[in-house]
Write a protein that binds this ligand. Structure first.
Ligand code: FAD
Length: 398
């Protein structure tokens, strides 16, 4: 009988979640194999925006990152016909480079171009992939269509958000001549109905332009409006004329953002989900790289410390995830509020517009929610305003 090579851990997926997880395991001498269906570097649709906490979680300084890195200290945001320039902080990278860098940096043994299909558990409780690889622990880091999540965990509600995006090389001088701010500074169009936003990010000779909406079917009309806006509705605009035809062919990808009930499915019998496979992207902004690296790290640390069962608790009690639970609750409340008003969307007062833009930019730069512990305590009171059918997903302790 053919002997199947056995590892301590197999990770499926080499995006930020898989690589962050692998780096901790490898550093601590855990025998780990990572499988990814892509050959790196690979294209991943993404604006490439990083909030500053990511570097601390990765235990890596931005100075140690050798590839394209754009630091920004201002966001230009448009909302309901008004324009604001707000202090904020973060970084942009190109995912094509970043994911490849993280995978190599983790030093994990990797098989690229390997599409995981079959996952079973053998008589000794080990996980076996396609009858070819075997491990005690299996980590699903395969993104929004992760085969581990699909095979072994309940199907998530299908509330995929929608995106249209393109990153492409343009003419350096032309981009510099028409961008809204400095190189690397994001220009954001927060949609008037607040159900999504669009971005135009100049990264030297690269442009990353796209739209994300909470509901997948709304993304195309929203993108068409955003494109017209960034192109200046026939006037100058912040997209160079020579780059505009490239935007005729956008790419789309849906992914599931955070819901508190997803946390219940983060682990089962020595199998764990991290990143998009679990549906962890920030509930309001859709930021997914931060929760991907965070969950990967927490999962690996639980394994290294010989307490894999504690992954769920580590995730659930982490301040960033606690903030996500609160934001998710706010999202549910807001959805209900606007539904009850029959979708009424009046132009906001000057002060309210500014406040909404300011809060959005604070979230965009990853600022923690002030007084989040107090808010968590107030949750019970707020819950009284939520219909019973939403209460379970709102997040009783899991
Ligand atoms: C248009 C768009 C823009 C975005 N912009 C941002 C942004 O600017 N900032 C941000 O923080 N987040 C952004 N996000 C979200 C972010 O990209 C994701 O949340 C993040 O990539 C999640 O990382 P991950 O490691 O969980 O999954 P992924 O990065 O998706 O990695 C999953 C890996 O699993 C592999 N895989 C999948 N199936 C298999 C299989 N069967 N066998 C083997 N391997 C498999 C894939 O090849 C892939 O390499 C954006 C998303 C979209 C769609």
């Amino acid at each position: 009988m053919e002997v199947v090579p056995t590892h301590d851990v197999i990770i499926v997926g080499g995006g930020p979640a898989g690589s962050a997880c692998a780096s901790i395991l490898v550093k601590n001498g855990v025998d780990t194999l990572l499988l990814d269906r892509a050959n790196f570097p690979r294209v991943k649709l993404c604006a490439g925006w990083l909030t500053p906490q990511i570097w601390d979680i990765l235990e890596l300084s931005p100075k140690e990152y050798p590839l394209g890195l754009w630091e920004w200290n201002k966001t230009r945001i448009h909302f309901q016909g008004r324009k604001y320039t707000l202090a904020s902080k973060g970084y942009f990278i190109r995912r094509y480079e970043f994911d490849d860098f993280l995978l190599r940096w983790s030093k994990v043994e990797t098989i690229e171009g390997y599409n995981v299909r079959q996952i079973e558990q053998d008589g000794e409780g080990y996980w076996v992939i396609d009858k070819r690889f075997r491990a005690k622990y299996l980590i699903g880091a395969g993104g929004s269509h992760c085969p581990v999540a699909r095979a072994l965990f309940p199907i998530k509600e299908k509330s995929f958000c929608g995106t249209q995006e393109k990153e492409f090389e343009g003419n350096l001088e032309e981009i510099a001549a028409c961008r809204a701010g400095e190189d690397g500074e994001p220009e954001i169009l927060l949609h008037d109905d607040m159900k999504g936003y669009s971005w135009n990010i100049p990264k030297s000779q690269w442009l990353n332009i796209g739209t994300g909406t909470r509901v997948a079917r709304e993304v195309l009309p929203a993108w068409n409006k955003a494109r017209a806006f960034f192109e200046g509705n026939g006037t100058k605009g912040t997209i160079p004329l020579s780059s505009r035809p490239i935007l005729n062919s956008m790419k789309g990808h849906g992914y599931v953002s955070f819901a508190t009930k997803h946390l219940t499915s983060c682990q089962a019998d020595n199998v764990f989900l991290v990143g998009d496979a679990l549906g962890l992207a920030q509930p309001l902004t859709g930021e997914g790289i931060l929760p991907a690296v965070l969950s990967g790290k927490l999962c690996a640390t639980a394994i290294v410390e010989g307490a894999p069962i504690t992954y769920r608790e580590r995730l659930q009690t982490h301040p960033i995830i606690n903030d996500y639970r609160i934001l998710y609750s706010i999202k549910l409340l807001a959805t209900r509020f606007f539904k009850d008003r029959g979708g009424e969307r009046k132009r906001k007062s000057r002060l309210l517009s500014w406040l909404i833009a300011t809060v959005f930019v604070a979230l965009f730069s990853g600022k923690p929610i002030p007084g989040s512990r107090l808010l968590a305590k107030m949750k019970k009171a707020i819950m009284m305003g939520i219909p019973a059918r939403h209460v379970a997903e709102w997040g009783k302790p899991v």
